[in-house]
Design a protein around this ligand. Structure first.
Ligand code: PMP
Length: 445
């Protein structure tokens, strides 16, 4: 299979694309060939405005020379070093840099950092740390993990078990005992809200229900995305996260925030933990950690969790877990350069300056035919469309294709359009994105 009108396009047969309808895509491929700042260049030479920061990850925008230079330097200094029983300085340096901005209040930050290679690995790592922690404090019966409907926690077996997406789960065996809170999406009570919806804090009490059902002594951890991203930008109702925190504390359950999307400035604070002022025990990250450039994730743990696992005989490995690429030197170099850019340009809080304009621009689409909800927080928006009878997701997919053809990259999930531009975006570009999405929705009809 080839793209006949684009002579430089390679054969498409061998690459088995992830989370993509391969046959449909290969019949009409969309290719991104280069990127700089807020724009991609498609393989046929068109400029495409990046409304999604790649996949919620390129927070500092594309083509950052500082990151490229740091990666090149690191590659020619120390390209790889074994991650087990050996150290290399840059991994320690990066962890210390992260510790200084780690989620949580000054003096009580989750500043113990375990490196992974992706968001999925971060989630599975966090679940394993939670279970190991419970065992270390004499709570070995706590092996059950609780997630939430419409949660997305990557594609490891742990992640799909606590995740709440049927398509990701139905074919595969899951972790025994995993259970779910109900999701918080409630259009009847909370449509067209800017920021946190008013109604639904009581949905956190689902955790009490699961405690009553299973027994607290069986539950190790509860994991949620502070703002669910991949399943359509679901913003937590006011008071919800604090209530979840309180129930977890009451029952000795660890609370994990999956901040793979919300981490590194998406909402207007370095982490959603800080933005909402609710402190979990463990935070998972990836994506913005290296500005999407080199695959990497990081799990932040409280000292309580970390220190409980540091007991036992001195020469014994504390946690039998880790990856060949944990703390990869080149990824660490990319990460440090990324943190430098975030700090120099104030990007970790910039979303708070832009969020009013962003919310107003997106909510101006209210009234557009087929738009049934608009949700915004920080620099992330979900625009929900009415489902076409018999073809759920088709309308949003058509909008996505139309936008790409007109020069805007958006993300769609089911009938929801998600926008999450790089944090360097201008007000003008935000307005352009909203206009282009509105035009596309009207064209698709
Ligand atoms: N958790 C969340 C909240 C995510 O949004 C994602 C990816 N979108 C993941 C985990 C998985 O990350 P990765 O694709 O890097 O494995």
């Amino acid at each position: 299979m080839n793209v006949h009108d684009r002579p430089n396009t390679p054969l498409l047969d061998s690459y088995w694309m992830p989370f993509t309808a391969n046959r449909q895509f290969k019949a009409a491929p969309r290719m991104l060939a280069a990127a700089d700042g807020m724009y991609y260049t498609s393989d046929d030479g068109r400029q495409v405005l990046d409304g999604t920061a790649g996949l919620w990850c390129v927070n500092a925008g594309h083509g950052r020379r500082g990151i490229a230079a740091a990666v090149e330097r690191q590659l020619s200094t120390l390209d790889f070093a074994p991650s087990f029983q050996m150290g290399h300085p840059i991994a320690f340096e990066f962890a210390e840099r992260l510790a200084a901005i780690a989620p949580g209040p000054e003096g009580n930050r989750l500043d113990r950092v375990f490196f992974t290679g992706s968001g999925s690995e971060s989630v599975d790592t966090a679940l394993k740390i939670a279970i190991a922690y419970q065992r270390a404090i004499g709570q070995g019966t706590r092996t059950r993990v609780i997630g939430r409907e419409r949660g997305y926690h990557g594609v490891g077996f742990g992640g799909i078990s606590v995740g709440g997406l049927v398509n990701n789960r139905r074919v595969f065996p899951l972790l025994p005992g995993a259970d779910h809170l109900r999701h918080t999406h409630d259009l009847a009570r909370n449509a067209f809200v800017k920021g946190q919806p008013q109604h639904g804090a009581e949905l956190a009490d689902d955790l009490e229900r699961l405690v009553a059902l299973h027994g607290a002594e069986t539950i190790a951890a509860c994991i949620v995305e502070p703002v669910a991203g991949s399943t359509g930008v679901l913003v937590p109702p006011q008071g919800y996260l604090q209530r979840l925190r309180d129930i977890c504390t009451k029952h000795g359950i660890l609370l994990i925030f999956d901040e793979v999307i919300t981490g590194f400035g998406r909402l207007g604070a370095p982490f959603a933990t800080d933005w909402f002022g609710v402190v979990p025990d463990i935070v998972t990250t990836a994506k913005g950690l290296t500005n999407g450039t080199i695959p990497m994730g990081a799990v932040f743990s409280s000292r309580t969790v970390h220190d409980a696992l540091m007991h036992g005989p001195e020469a014994q490995i504390e946690l039998f877990h880790g990856y060949t690429y944990s703390g990869h030197p080149v990824a660490c170099a990319a990460g440090i350069a990324t943190l430098d850019i975030y700090a120099d340009e104030g990007l970790l809080t910039r979303a708070s300056e832009l969020s009013d304009h962003f919310a107003n621009a997106m909510h101006a689409l209210k009234g557009t035919e087929n738009v049934v909800d608009i949700r915004t927080i920080g620099l992330v928006a979900g625009i929900e469309l009415a489902s076409l009878d018999g073809a759920p997701g088709k309308r949003a997919y058509d909008v996505f294709v139309d936008c790409f053809e007109k020069g805007l990259l958006i993300r769609v999930t089911g009938d929801i359009i998600a926008l999450s531009p790089p944090l360097i975006v201008s007000e003008e570009e935000i307005s352009t994105m909203a206009d282009m999405v509105g035009d596309a929705i009207r064209r698709v009809g």
